[in-house]
Design a binder for this molecule. Structure first.
Ligand code: CP
Ligand code: NVA
Length: 315
């Protein structure tokens, strides 16, 4: 059965920021704000719905916020403990997994390595698939992050977000969200650690329609200049642990510290998806400063994902 391709988000997948239109992203923000303000109003909206949570990488925030979020909407979750032997697509085919699960649960959130794992489930399962992080994208994070920025800055089209560090999954989803909302996005990475070229091309193509400005550079000072928000993430993502020591040397000039943030506006927001490696990619001084909104971002994962789950899973 084909998934809903009509005007609503109902029964659609969320694998990439590109799956949502600009209007749909703003609708998600506005519903998330309403849910944050008045959670009781939505407490039965996903009554009886079961969301399966599959984690093939570690998690704190994503696990807790999806679990708590579906319960706060009247549904329930099922945690699938993935191990070497029962990884999705290994013990049995993606097709067989999808055809089983669509008869048992109402939606699947998956955190995994290859983005193709999400795509395979999406292709075969007639229930919504939500990307809880792959090597390519972390779309729920970026939605929560722009929701957070919008709580401080009225007009996202006038907001510059500078991402300093690795051109990774989080950088990709933020760049695409900036493109969708018409924002100004600057990414500074070391040479050899740039963002995926397909993501940059997609973001620039969306930007032509929305008026967004997407800049990529190897100069962290240039990227941070007049920024409204400075964002960083770990230098070695999950799955890249063996490169940690090598990356520490390469990324040191990209550390977000008190010298770098002087380039930003005085009232800049410091952002990080967390977990942070304190005093590597960001100094204690910056992450613990009054400009830091990292815990508000983390809380907003809950509200943003409740909004996404509601739109995708509702009757
Ligand atoms: N930011 C984020 O996704 O956190 P977890 O890895 O703890 O889920
Ligand atoms: N880029 C990080 C994000 C963690 C939330 C990783 O993939 O490990």
């Amino acid at each position: 059965m084909t998934k809903n391709k009509n005007q609503t988000l109902k029964e659609r997948d969320f694998l990439s920021i590109l799956d949502f239109s600009t209007e749909e992203i703003f609708k998600i923000f506005s519903l998330a704000k309403s849910m944050k303000k008045n959670p009781k109003k939505y407490s039965k909206t996903l009554d009886g719905k079961i969301l399966m949570l599959i984690f093939e990488k570690p998690s704190l925030r994503t696990h807790v916020t999806f679990d708590v979020g579906i319960k706060q909407l009247g549904g329930d979750s099922l945690f699938y403990a993935s191990s070497e032997k029962n990884r999705i697509g290994v013990r049995e085919s993606f097709y067989d997994v999808a055809k089983n699960l669509e008869r048992m649960v109402n939606g699947i959130m998956i955190r995994t390595f290859g983005h193709n794992v999400c795509e395979q489930l999406s292709e075969h399962a007639n229930i919504p698939i939500i990307n809880g992080l792959t090597d390519l994208e972390h779309p729920c994070q970026a939605i929560a992050d722009y929701l957070t920025i919008s709580e401080f800055k009225k007009d996202l089209s006038k907001t510059k977000l500078a991402f300093i560090g690795d051109g990774n999954n989080v950088a990709h989803s933020l760049m695409l969200t900036a493109a969708k909302v018409g924002g100004n996005f600057a990414l500074a990475t070391p040479i050899g650690y740039e963002a995926n070229q397909m993501i940059i091309d997609s973001a620039k193509s969306v930007a032509k329609k929305t008026g967004a400005k997407i800049i990529t550079t190897n100069d962290p000072m240039e990227a941070s200049k007049n920024a409204d928000a400075i964002y960083t993430d770990v230098w070695a993502s999950m799955g890249q642990e063996t490169e940690t020591e090598k990356r520490k040397k390469i990324f040191l000039p990209y550390q977000v510290n008190s010298k770098l943030v002087k380039e930003a506006k005085n009232d800049y927001l410091f952002m990080h998806c967390l977990p942070a490696h304190r005093n590597d990619e960001v100094t204690d001084e910056v992450i613990d400063s009054k400009n830091s909104v990292v815990f508000q971002e983390a809380e907003n994962r809950l509200h943003a994902q409740k909004s996404i789950m509601y739109e995708l899973l509702r009757d």
